[in-house]
Design a protein around this ligand. Structure first.
Ligand SMILES: CC(C)(COP(=O)(O)OP(=O)(O)OC[C@H]1O[C@@H](n2cnc3c(N)ncnc32)[C@H](O)[C@@H]1OP(=O)(O)O)[C@@H](O)C(=O)NCCC(=O)NCCSC(=O)CCC(=O)c1ccccc1C(=O)O
Length: 332
C-alpha cells in the first residue's frame, strides 16, 4: 500500500470510528461534510471537488414596486443556481412584521418560478440573529396589524410556502433563531448553524404559541418529550445542543457559515433536480396528509406528462383521433 493510500485508509477508519461514538463524545473537528467515503472518492474522481469560490451576488428587485425590497434582501448568485433571501431588520434582531412576510413570500415565489435556481438560502442580516419571530411592536390586540389594522397571521402562509416549495430551502443561522424565527428555520429543509447560534421558542413568555408546524414539525425533529420541554419551559439551546437534538444539520465556526452553506448548495446542485424535488415531497408526504400526497402525486403527474404515453393522449385528443395506448408496455 503506498503512503497516500495508507493515509486515506487511516483517515477513513478514524472517521468511521468517530461516527460510531456516542453523539456527545464525537470529535467535532471531524464533521460529516469532511468525511470521505469510498463512494465520495469515486464520485470526486469524475466530478472534482465542490467549488469554493465567492459567488457574485446580484440583487433582485421587488416585482411589486420595481425597487429594492425594504425589509429583505433578495439576491441570486451570478451563473449559479443559488438564491439568497435575507431578513434585513438587524436592529430588531430580524423580527418580522407583516410587510417582511409579504416580501419574503414574493421572493420565495420568484425563486420557485426561476428555473435556473436549484437551492435557496434563507438567512438574517448580521451575525446576531437569524430571526427573533414576530415583531411585538406590530402586535395589536388582534395579532399582527395588517390591512386596516386587522390582525392576520401571514407567517403561516410563508411556512406552508417553504414546506411545499419544490426546491431545497437551507436556513443559514447565525445568532438567535427564536420564537416564530425558530419555526421558520424548522420548516426549512436543512439548517446550517454558526457556533454562536441560539435556538428556542419564546411564545409562552410573550403570550403566543404555534400549534401548527411549530408544534408538529418540532415534535418530529426532536421527539415529543423534547418538544414539550422546548414549549413548556421556553429555554434557549446552544448550536451544539441543537445539533444533538436533531434541529440542525451541522455547526460551523461563524466565519465559515456562508462558505459551508454554499458548499452544501453546490453539492445539491450537482445532483438530479427531479430526484431532489421528489425526495422533498416524499419526505413530507406522510406528515402533511392530503396536502403532502397531493404534492408528491403532482410530481408524478408532472413527470408523466413528459412521457410518450402521456403525449399519446394529448396529441390524439387534439387531432380528434383515438389514442393508441396498446403500444405502451404494461410494466410489471
Ligand atoms: C432575540 C433576543 C433574545 C435577543 O436579545 P439581545 O441580543 O439581548 O437583544 P435585545 O436588546 O433584546 O434586542 C435588540 C432590539 O431588538 C428588539 N427586538 C428583538 N426581538 C424583537 C421582537 N420579536 N419584536 C420586536 N422587537 C424585538 C428589542 O426590543 C431591542 O430593541 P431596542 O429598541 O433596542 O430595545 C431578544 O431580543 C428577545 O427575546 N426577543 C423577543 C423574542 C420573542 O419573544 N419573539 C416573539 C415570539 S412570538 C412569535 O414570534 C409569534 C409569531 C408567529 O410566528 C406565529 C406563529 C403561529 C401562529 C401565529 C403566529 C403569528 O403570526 O402570531
Amino acid at each position: 500500500m503506498d503512503q497516500n493510500m495508507n493515509m486515506i485508509v487511516r483517515r477513513r477508519m478514524a472517521c468511521v470510528a468517530n461516527h460510531l461514538m456516542p453523539a456527545g463524545q464525537q470529535n467535532s473537528c471531524i464533521s460529516v461534510s469532511n468525511c470521505s467515503s469510498p463512494m465520495d472518492d469515486s464520485y470526486r474522481r469524475t466530478h472534482g471537488d465542490v467549488p469554493s469560490h465567492e459567488p457574485a451576488w446580484r440583487t433582485v428587485n421587488d416585482v411589486e414596486s420595481g425597487k429594492e425590497f425594504t425589509d429583505i434582501i433578495y439576491e441570486k448568485a451570478v451563473g449559479e443556481g443559488i438564491a439568497k433571501i435575507t431578513i434585513n431588520r438587524p436592529d430588531r434582531r430580524n423580527a418580522f412584521r407583516p410587510q417582511t412576510v409579504k416580501e419574503l413570500m414574493r421572493a420565495f415565489n420568484d425563486a420557485r418560478d426561476d428555473i435556473t435556481i436549484g437551492a435557496i438560502i434563507f438567512t438574517g442580516k448580521g451575525t446576531q440573529a437569524f430571526c427573533s419571530g414576530g415583531d411585538q411592536t406590530f402586535r395589536g390586540k388582534n395579532g399582527y396589524a395588517d390591512y386596516d389594522n386587522f390582525g392576520r397571521l401571514n407567517v403561516l402562509d410563508l411556512q406552508v410556502q417553504i414546506r411545499r416549495l419544490p426546491k431545497p430551502v437551507i436556513a443559514m443561522v447565525a445568532g438567535y433563531a427564536v420564537g416564530g424565527g425558530h419555526v421558520l428555520h424548522m420548516v426549512c429543509d436543512l439548517t446550517i448553524a454558526a457556533e454562536n447560534a441560539v435556538f428556542g421558542q419564546t411564545g409562552p413568555k410573550v403570550g403566543s404559541f404555534d400549534a401548527g408546524y411549530g408544534a408538529s414539525i418540532m415534535s418530529r425533529l426532536v421527539g415529543p418529550k423534547r418538544a414539550r420541554e422546548m414549549w413548556y419551559l421556553s429555554k434557549f439551546y446552544t448550536a451544539s445542543e441543537a445539533e444533538k437534538m436533531g434541529l440542525v444539520n451541522i455547526v460551523v465556526p461563524l466565519e465559515k457559515l456562508e462558505q459551508e452553506t454554499l458548499k452544501w448548495c453546490r453539492e445539491i446542485l450537482r445532483n438530479s433536480p427531479t430526484a431532489i424535488r421528489v425526495s422533498k415531497s416524499a419526505i413530507n408526504a406522510a406528515d402533511d396528509g392530503h396536502a403532502g400526497l397531493q404534492a408528491l402525486a403532482g410530481d408524478a403527474t408532472l413527470m408523466f406528462y413528459g412521457t410518450e404515453e402521456g403525449n399519446e393522449g394529448r396529441s390524439s385528443y387534439l387531432q380528434h383521433q383515438k389514442p393508441d395506448f396498446s403500444k405502451f408496455p404494461r410494466l410489471p
